[in-house]
Design a protein around this ligand. Sequence first.
Ligand code: ATR
Length: 270
Amino acid sequence: MTDRYGVIGHPVAHSKSPVIHQMFARQTGQDISYQAFDVAPEDLESALERFAGEGIRGLNVTVPHKSEISQYVDVLTGRARLAGAVNTIIMRENGKMEGDNTDGVGLVSDLSDDLGFTIEDARILILGAGGAARGIVPALLKDIPANLLVANRTVEKARGIASAFSELGSISACSFDELGEQHFDLVINATSAGLGGEVPPFPTAILDPDTICYDLSYAMADTPFVSWAKKNGASEAYQGWGMLVRQAAESFYLWRDVRPDIHPVRRHLP
Ligand code: ATR
């Protein structure tokens, strides 16, 4: 029998997850279906109950449900609890819903395996301090950067992240203004400003010819942050397509116990 999976978000029509998982399934010979489900925030709890009742085997979770959904699952993995966000739900045989988070591992493997970036001893800046930033901090600290600095428009939120994760490694916080002329090996955009076509007032002095920029967002053309980085002298600037494929591969592995080859799928996307 075909096992059912899907992604829930609002809106969700733009999601590439169905294409990615259908490619993984064909490639590995797994008999699954995968659909996008538009679920409004007020319907989240009842939709989950309905999916569980219908025998769905797993779900990906995207904007805006990643934090909210934590309260409706039965069990959270350690990394989902740390991140305060769930992007993957696994329906266990005993009927329990397990919430996990594969975003951090997706980013780290894209940086190290595809882009050849070494996190160990690197100076890393994260712009933004919302759910997306929280989701990647534990995985980045695990690889022991020299320092992880979180800068945010609302500096209190950046400080909150720095204190929440201080036991995991060297992490600090500041406002955009306080960035001054510090230099970084890697600058990650985790703000959602690009969704509105904007780039916040990041000081261009944070970029030098060796700085790699990475946007957690992705689009068919350059995102506003990637355009900004290229224009202001970053050495390389990437969108989050690689992370998207790799977090999906981790979810697929959690559900099916089979590791898909990410490369043909990655080549299929921009
Ligand atoms: P997500 O789950 O995508 O991280 P979020 O939790 O709402 O969404 O966080 C959005 C992040 O983008 C925050 O860091 C937010 O800054 P504030 O904490 O100051 O609100 C940041 N952000 C969104 N729009 C922005 C803008 N126009 N300028 C600067 N930062 C922005």
